[in-house]
Design a protein around this ligand. Structure first.
Ligand code: C5P
Length: 240
């Protein structure tokens, strides 16, 4: 089995290592078709839909193809349950795994402890990029959305997590408040002229990197574009 740590070594300056493509498809066959078609993509994100459909098979195929893997399960449950799930997930040697900060400090602490002897890096989801200030008010969160994201990110850093998933709009403030090795991974990426769909807090790829993103996550803008190969090539050129 290929070590995911090893895949990145010597490749870390390639733009492809910083762009994660969301494999948001419903079957192993569809996932395999994209992995084969966009063969230059190094880092794939497997989310809930695909993981529930055929997770192990997809992860094994990505490993076989020596890809990096972001397992985006956004775990959120009682600490013991999440810790056990994290331990199993890390045994797949995925590069990134997500948990929700909303699960609380004890859940985050147990999750981090569960993966601490593995090569997996734990990322905390702060506030989903589909949410706005209005949604936080509905949930009776009195802090403003940017303040709340900073608050959750600081907790995640204090508890030893590797980084957070945040929107492009919070990158600058987070970068200035957190240590430089704390990873900022941002979805909500749209090209100029794209429909923003359900993403409410979004930016272009180059803006996101300029504002301090370590990694960006793109999904529909690539896979649902008219010419995914050309979009991918342009994206890499822009990031370079
Ligand atoms: O298609 P699009 O580029 O909007 O896809 C974004 C991807 O990033 C989706 O797979 C979504 O689940 C994920 N994501 C997100 N917001 C977060 C965390 C992950 O949009 N806060």
């Amino acid at each position: 089995m290929v070590s995911p740590q090893g895949i990145g070594r010597g490749m870390t300056n390639l733009p492809q290592t910083k762009i994660i493509v969301a494999l948001d498809v419903p079957t192993f066959a569809a996932a395999k078709a994209w992995i084969d078609r966009l063969s230059d993509v190094i880092f794939w994100k497997v989310g809930l839909e695909l993981f529930i459909a055929d997770g192990q098979r997809v992860l094994n195929y990505l490993k076989e193809k020596q890809k990096r893997i972001f397992l985006d399960l956004k775990l959120h449950d009682i600490p013991n349950t999440v810790a056990r799930a994290c331990q199993v997930a890390s045994s797949y040697e995925v590069d990134f795994l997500t948990v929700h900060t909303a699960g609380g400090k004890e859940m985050l602490r147990c999750a981090q402890e569960a993966i601490s002897n593995s090569s997996t890096k734990l990322l905390a989801v702060t506030v989903l990029t589909s949410l706005t200030d209005r949604d936080l008010l509905d949930l009776k969160v009195s802090m403003s959305l940017p303040e709340y994201v900073i608050h959750l990110a600081k907790i995640s850093q204090e508890l030893g997590l590797a980084g957070v998933v945040c929107s492009p709009q919070e990158l600058q403030s987070l970068r200035s408040m957190l240590t430089s090795h704390f990873l900022l991974v941002t979805p909500g990426i749209r090209f100029p002229g794209d429909a923003h769909q359900d993403q409410q807090r979004f930016s272009t790829p180059s803006q996101a990197f300029r504002n301090g993103a370590d990694y960006i996550v793109v999904g529909r803008s690539v896979l649902q574009g008219a010419n995914p190969e050309a979009i991918w090539a342009n994206l890499c050129a822009e990031v370079r």
